[in-house]
Each structure stands twice: as C-alpha cells, then as structure tokens.
Design a protein around this ligand. Structure first.
Ligand SMILES: Cc1ncc(C[n+]2csc(CCOP(=O)(O)OP(=O)(O)O)c2C)c(N)n1
Ligand SMILES: [Mg+2]
Length: 564
C-alpha cells in the first residue's frame, strides 16, 4: 500500500491479511488505538473481550493449538501484560502457536520508569520463543511475519510483540504481506527406510505420538502405519485425541496417571518410535509414581529409540536417540506408508505366510489393546455420583467433534481414564498444569468455531481460578457447557499432603453454590447429587442455547481413580 496509515491501522490490516479471524483482549492503556482500528475490521476480525488477561491469553493459546496458526491476543501495558505469564508458559509447554501483542508506554519515556511500563524483554524472555519491540510503524508487517513464522515453526510456541503507543500513532507507508507458510523439514528417504526396517525387525515396538500442528493426512497415515506395520500407538499426555481411542491399535496415554500395564510395556519394548512428542519429565512418569524419567531410563534406554521432532532443540536432550530426525512426524509417516505399499506390491507374488517376528508383533498389539480395554473397564468411584457412569454417558451424548477441555486437579484423571476421544483436535489440557485453563480454553474453541458446543471440565478449585470468564462466554453469545467436580478441596494437593505428612494444610475449601454463581452471570445451571440425576441435567444443559453449567457434588474425600 502506498498511502500512509497509522501504526494501529497497519497492524489491523496485516492481521486481516494474515487471515486472523479472532483477537482476544482485555482493553487498557497502550492498546486503545489498536482496538479502535481492529473494531473497524469487523466482522472479518472478531474482537472478544475477557475479564482477565489469563483468560484471553488461554483462549488464544487454545485457538493456536486447534488451528495450527497463531492465536492472537492483546494486552494493555504492564499490569495487563504481566497477567498473561501462565498462559505463555502453557503455550510453550503445549507447543501452541500464539502471539501476544502488548501496548507499551511511549518511546519518549524509555528508561524513566514509565507509569504502567515494563522491560518486557526481561519479563517474557524466558517464557516466549521471541520477544521484540517494534521500533517503527513501517516495519509492523515485517515483525508480524517473523513473529508468525517463529510461532509456528520447529516446536511451535508463544511470541511477544511490544508496540509503543507512539508507534501505533505514527503515520507511515508499509507493505502488504501474506502470512508466511510453515517451513516443513522433510525426511531423508534413507532415514525413512531405516525406520521401516527397525519396525519390521521389532517384536515389541511402541509408536508414541504427540505435539501439535498435525494435518488430517498425517492422522490418516498414522492409522495406516499402525495397521500395515502392526504396531501399537500410544499418545503423549493430554493428546489422546491424536488417535481414535477405540481403534484396535490404540494402546493408551503416557504421562501422569499412566496405566501400570502400559508402563510395563515400555520396560519390555525393543523399539520406541517417538513421533512429534516431547521427551521431558511430564511424558515420562512411571505408574503410581509422581516422578518423571521413570518410563524410559535416561540417557540411554534399554530399547532402541528413534525420535522424530520438528524442533531440533527437542532431540537428544535427556534421552540420546539411536536415530534422531528433525522433521515433521507427518513426513515420516507418509514415507513409511509409501515404503509399506512398495513392499506389499513387491511381495504380492510371494506366499503370505507371516514370519515369527510378524506373529510376535501382532500378539504384542493384541495384548496391548486387551490391557487398555481392561484399564478403562475397571476401577471404582465411591460416593453417590459415579464419575465412570457420568463420563460414559457424556461420551454417548456428545458428538465426536466436541472439544473437551480441562485444567489441573485430581478430577481431570477421571475423564483421562473414562472419556475416550475419537477425533483429532478434540482435547485441550495444559501440559503446564495450569489451573483455571479449562473454561477459557473452551471459550477459545467456541470462538474458533471448532465445534458446536465445547465442554470444559473443572474442579471446584480450578474453576474458580477463572470462573469469571463465564460472564465473557455469556456476553459473547457462545454455546458451551461446564462441568464442575465439587469436592470442596484442592483434592490433588490434599492427597499428596496426606501421603507425605499424614495431615492436610490449607487444602480444604469452603462450600460454594455454583448454581447460584453461574446463574448470576446469565448462564443456566444444574446441580447433580446422584448418578441418575446426571442424564436429565445433561439433556437440559445441551438443549440450552447458551452457556450451561452442571455441578457434580462429590464426597470431600474423592480425588483420582485408584489404579488396580
Ligand atoms: C495456577 C495453579 N496454582 C496451583 C496449582 C497446584 N495445584 C495442582 S492441582 C491443585 C488442586 C486442584 O483443585 P480442584 O480443581 O478442586 O481439583 P481436585 O484436585 O480437588 O479434583 C492445585 C492447587 C496449579 N497446578 N496451578
Ligand atoms: Mg476440588
């Protein structure tokens, strides 16, 4: 464009040119010009105002994770901006692309301890992939393009752009740009053949998938690889949606709460092929131990380890892989499908008698599946509300594409065990362990249009960390459902205190009337005190064209499911 425009207009135009459809925010000093400019791009860009910066940033994180392109949020100067820290940390741990744009005090006040100012490089440097202050309105498209690329490339994550007020006001000529496409590292065919060979020679392999940005082609190829090579597939913590949990080759989920038989499978495995997953502490918890790096022994596990990840910084960290490949997992899966098809064509004329290795591998797949089926069919839930029945019924009633979110707490381990996912991008749960995430993430999913009615599952503690966003959801006219598992306690922490000290300190919570709380914001709400009250409450909640909440009244002592 050849006409001078204000910095705020250049930013709004560039976001529109990049295809951004939603910008979340809490208004305030430093971003008033930007909000005003964005308001004139409606309805192409929807501005969604939140009650708390954590809420708007969690929502942007969710949009980024679901869409694969950066979720965009706007925060006012220091107090607003600094409220987003946990959401940035969550975007980092969850590999979710997002861009936080912060209004900054005018440049003329630099180094004078400006009111509401902050040195954002120092504050956000450890949390974001890149923090940059834009010095000139003419360079806004350039900075946004680089921020976009940085957020989606390698291991996706959060980027922070700081825009001083005077730069928003500058009148400059700036270029028009399109959003940069993800630069995809492809895989060397020799490496792909080496992986195919390792899978074919293995008797007890595990394919472990994780990470974000998966294409539908990649999800389809994953199933083909599982079936053609006869391998069980497990997912990273809170990425159970990467494979249909009902598939004959789905073996479960690693991370906190891993099923004991699955952990034993890792001890017995002769090959672990990791595709897109991060091999940090969270994903390597052992069974019944709150401790990472137990699933596989660092730095060199007993089995052969092949690790594929698009971010080179994720490779050869705590674990040294026998083969470390910097590539998108989908590229490797596509190559493996190709190799399997070629082999099938070549071997078509030969007799189809399976080798001893192939028989061993099929037996391994079937027994992994049997153990998984047993894990989800067993266990008990004491008290008048049987959470097993609640989640079974919820699964039955919700469409497969429903996005289900959660935060942190013992309550989240019930859906983890008893609520299966069938489609990709239907699960959002913070790998950071951020309480208060679920409702805001569900709002993000609703704004993104990922499904008709996202469902947030929260504990009483977790929900009230950002329950105020119910008002945002009602005001924004969204359809969503919140389940609050109310045990009047920080139950997960109380359980740890009981285990470690034999007593509890500061983990008992007061009684809250969640139905009155929700209705005060304009939502509809129901209380469930016995299992058979859940189905009618859910019917009513799902027939409400707006925000619904169901409080599940649980025993004080109820925490996570007990592993058998
Ligand atoms: C923001 C934040 N603060 C503190 C914690 C520590 N923490 C983890 S779980 C938990 C209790 C969660 O309580 P609730 O949501 O009621 O679930 P419950 O464990 O009772 O099922 C706490 C305090 C955390 N993970 N995140
Ligand atoms: Mg609780």
């Amino acid at each position: 464009m050849t006409n001078p425009r204000s910095g705020a207009d250049i930013l709004a135009d560039t976001l529109a040119e990049f295809g951004v459809r939603v910008v979340t925010h809490v208004p305030g000093e430093g971003i008033l010009e930007i909000l005003d400019a964005l308001a004139s791009r409606a309805p192409q860009i929807r501005l969604a105002s939140f009650r708390h910066e954590a809420g708007m940033a969690f929502a942007a994180q969710a949009i980024g994770q679901l869409s694969g392109t950066p979720g965009i949020c706007l925060a006012a100067r220091a107090p607003g901006a600094l409220n987003t820290c946990l959401a940035l940390h969550t975007a980092d741990t969850d590999s979710a692309p997002m861009i936080l744009i912060i209004g900054q005090a005018p440049t003329e006040t630099a180094e004078r301890e400006a009111f509401l100012g902050n040195e954002f490089h120092a504050a956000f440097g450890p949390l974001a992939k890149w923090v940059a202050q834009i010095p000139d309105a003419a360079r806004i498209p350039e900075f946004l393009s680089r921020a976009w690329h940085t957020a989606i490339s390698g291991k996706p994550g959060p980027v922070v752009l700081v825009l001083p007020e005077d730069v928003s006001l500058q009148q400059k000529v700036a270029p028009s740009l399109c959003a940069p496409r993800r630069a995809v590292a492809s895989v060397d065919m020799a490496d792909a053949h080496a992986i195919a060979e390792a899978l074919s020679r293995s008797e007890r392999p595990i394919v472990w998938v994780g990470g974000t940005g998966w294409t539908s082609q990649g999800i389809g190829d994953l199933v083909k690889v599982a079936e053609r090579y006869q391998v069980p597939v497990v997912t990273s913590y809170r990425r159970r949606d990467l494979m249909d949990n009902g598939h004959s080759h789905f073996g479960g989920e690693v991370g906190i709460g891993i099923a004991a038989p699955l952990a034993r499978r890792f001890e017995a495995a002769d090959l672990v092929l990791v595709l897109g997953a991060r091999m940090g502490e969270l994903n390597t918890f052992g069974a019944n131990v709150f401790k990472g790096f137990s699933l596989l022994r660092p730095p060199k596990p007993a089995c052969k380890l092949i690790h594929v990840h698009p971010g080179e910084g994720e490779l050869n960290n705590a674990y040294q892989a026998d083969l470390a490949i910097c590539a998108r997992p989908e590229a490797v899966l596509a190559a493996l499908v190709l190799i399997a098809d070629e082999r099938r064509g070549r071997d078509a004329s030969c007799t189809d008698t399976p080798s001893a290795t192939e028989i061993a591998r099929s037996t391994w797949v079937a027994s992994t599946r049997r153990e998984r089926a047993q894990f989800v069919a067993t266990g008990e839930c004491p008290g008048p509300v049987d959470l097993r029945a609640v989640y079974a019924h919820l699964r039955e009633r919700l469409p497969d594409e429903t996005v289900v979110t959660s935060g942190a707490g013992a309550y989240a381990m019930w859906p983890q065990r008893y609520f299966p996912h069938r489609l990709p991008n239907t699960q959002l749960g913070p790998k950071s362990g951020a309480m208060g995430y679920g409702l805001a993430a569900a709002i993000g999913a609703a704004l993104q249009g990922s499904c008709d009615r996202p469902v947030a599952i929260a504990g009483d503690g977790c929900f009230l960390m950002h329950g105020e966003e119910l008002e945002s959801a009602v005001r924004l006219g969204l359809r969503l459902l919140v389940l609050v598992a109310n045990n009047r306690a920080y139950g997960a922490i109380r359980a740890s205190q009981q285990r470690m000290f034999g007593r509890e300190v500061g983990t008992r919570l007061g009684s809250v009337d969640f139905v009155a709380y929700a209705t005060s914001f304009g939502a509809m709400a129901w209380r469930v005190t016995a299992t058979d009250e859940f189905a009618p409450a859910l019917d009513a909640a799902l027939s409400h064209d707006g925000v619904s909440l169901i409080e599940l009244v649980l025993p004080d002592t109820l925490t996570k499911p007990v592993q058998s």
